[in-house]
Design a protein around this ligand. Structure first.
Ligand code: CMP
Length: 132
């Protein structure tokens, strides 16, 4: 997901390009504006966390670009390209190092396991929209 700060910063193309250059293939893609409820459902795994309210306000503040990326070791590759959650800890050359404002407004989200990818992909896309 290119988060609302990423769409505001006008780096949708830059983010997608970084994934493509590392061999990942976009097989589904769209821009959506989440409601607060949509964001709460997406991040339900974090509902007990102190940052859940702020996070879901932020994620529903503006449009996001959701996509499915396909490729060998896609989950770990995406996480490497994104960098650490907190941009202060992110490696040079990662998306979050280059664009994130802080630990919350960190420009991108990526699934952290096959199970979360399954949930997250199905949250946004139906079978007709996935071209893998
Ligand atoms: P993301 O990878 O989308 O997963 C959960 C999100 O919560 C995270 O990126 C950040 O945008 C946000 N967040 C805000 N505060 C924290 C925190 N202290 N630790 C982890 N994630 C946080």
């Amino acid at each position: 997901i290119v988060k609302p700060d990423g769409t505001e910063k006008n780096v949708i193309g830059e983010v997608i390009s970084r994934f493509e250059k590392k061999g990942l293939r976009v097989i589904a893609l769209k821009m959506v504006k989440l409601t607060k409820k949509n964001a709460e459902g997406f991040y339900v795994v974090h509902k007990e966390r102190p940052f859940y309210g702020d996070l879901t306000d932020f994620m529903s503040r503006g449009p996001v670009v959701v996509m499915v990326l396909e490729g060998d070791n896609a989950i770990s590759k995406v996480r490497e390209i994104m960098g650490a959650t907190n941009p202060d800890d992110a490696a040079e050359g990662t998306i979050r190092k280059d664009y994130a404002s802080n630990i919350e407004e960190n420009t991108v989200h990526g699934s952290d396991s096959p199970e979360s990818a399954d949930f997250e992909i199905n949250y946004f896309f139906n079978a007709l929209e996935i071209n893998g």
